[in-house]
Design a protein around this ligand. Structure first.
Ligand code: GLA
Length: 390
């Protein structure tokens, strides 16, 4: 849906809030999803990434309560959750663990939170690598921050949302998703320095081109355990390289320095993981430069290289994402196409000529159906801003 239908969305939120909680909602917020253009699995290695916020996202309606009850309802999942401030740390093992994890982190910081009712509803396909989890985390963080006037700065909300995902949910993700959801800028990508946790805006002047997101509709099985395994492999590779180099993160190594010490890594899998990370990090900087210079062909080529590296070295693509990327590479008007997000299922992101949309859907849809038996879904991405009160 997105901003164009905002008014309609707010009416629905208002009505549903009244239906479930019997009162009017006090405040409304929106947190986007994100699409990462390039820079995959670099964030937890202290590198760069180039995401943008989408105008798809999650909306909340919320009101304070006089008691210490917290009622959480999502239109997208069946399980409503009613807790008190005292049992926030008990896991629900469903969607409500995302807001709960965030609340737990806010309480740790000493925020004076009382009871409240919270209703949310989103239009990001969930589990598709478009940061639907980070969207709910930041949405909760900002809603509660504003409702109770906690005055936590946005950057700290980003960091605590990541801690919620690491410690409460158990996925050892990096900072990219939460950061992009918070600090995305309309019609811009953000060049995110994940080590310094800061960014610069890069205008997305795509001229006759647009960003096409293709959802493989292949659920991301084993994503959390495989993701955590990749992180552990990177840490093992780092430990070996630290015998020769003074570094705390893989991405501190330039390609030339890596070439000199990579012989120390004798395990081929670990070598492949480190090679991906260090080259991907370099690609992000080249891609940001190409984008700023309006050189979309170079940008697209780097996206293709990124996919191949994620396929062959990092091994997070899988048959479905590989079929989508390979199909896209054949279509006229495509400058580049790659998986986006953690991988193991989810979406690809493609830079496509605006006249080629129908052709793209037809050819990619057909080739993908032939090779997997699954219907893909297509979204022309609108690049929106970060989390906001509406
Ligand atoms: C997920 C994580 C991010 C990042 C990407 C891969 O989206 O949440 O922190 O590691 O995977 O680039």
């Amino acid at each position: 849906m997105g901003w164009a239908d905002l008014k309609k969305y707010l009416t629905i939120l208002d009505d549903q809030f009244m239906k479930f909680f019997g009162t009017k909602a006090e405040r409304f917020f929106f947190a986007p999803g994100r699409v990462n253009l390039i820079g995959e699995h670099t964030d937890y290695n202290g590198g760069f990434a180039l995401p943008c916020a989408l105008n798809l996202g999650t909306y909340s309606a919320a009101s304070k309560r006089a008691d210490n009850k917290i009622r959480l309802i999502s239109a997208d999942f069946d399980e409503p959750c009613e807790i008190t401030l005292d049992d926030i740390l008990e896991k629900s093992h469903n969607w409500a663990d995302y807001p709960k994890g965030v609340l737990a982190e806010m309480l740790k910081l000493g925020c004076k939170i009382g009871g409240f009712d919270f209703y949310c509803r989103g239009d990001i396909p969930s589990g598709a690598g478009l940061a639907s989890s980070a969207s709910v985390e930041l949405l909760t963080a900002v809603t509660v921050n504003e409702l109770f006037d906690c005055k936590i700065p946005m950057r700290e909300l980003v960091l605590l949302s990541r801690r919620a995902e690491n410690d409460f949910i158990g996925v050892n993700c990096g900072i990219m998703d939460q950061y992009a959801v918070a600090f995305g800028k309309q019609n811009h990508a953000i060049l995110l320095d994940c080590l310094a946790v800061k960014h610069s805006d890069v205008p997305l002047d795509l001229g006759d081109y647009l960003i096409m997101i293709t959802n493989s509709n292949n659920s991301r099985s084993l994503a959390a355990s495989e993701y955590n395994r990749r992180l552990a492999e990177c840490q093992s590779a780092l430990k070996i390289l630290q015998q020769a180099c003074k570094i705390d993160h893989l991405c501190e190594l330039e390609i030339s320095a890596f070439e000199e010490c990579k012989h120390l890594i004798t395990d081929q899998v670990l070598l492949n993981r480190a090679t991906h990370v260090i080259h991907e990090n370099a690609r992000v900087l080249q891609a940001a430069e190409a984008l700023s210079a309006g050189n979309l062909a170079v940008f697209g080529g780097l996206m293709n290289e990124s996919h191949i590296s994620l396929r062959d070295l990092y091994e997070v693509t899988g048959m479905c994402l590989d079929s989508l990327a390979a199909a896209a590479w054949q279509v006229e008007g495509v400058l580049g196409s790659r998986m986006t997000g953690a991988g193991f299922g989810g979406c690809t992101v493609t830079i496509l000529h605006k006249n080629g949309v129908e052709n793209f859907r037809e050819i990619v849809g057909e080739l993908y159906r032939e090779s997997t038996g699954i219907e893909a879904s297509f979204y022309v991405a609108g690049i929106g801003a970060g989390v906001v009160e509406v």
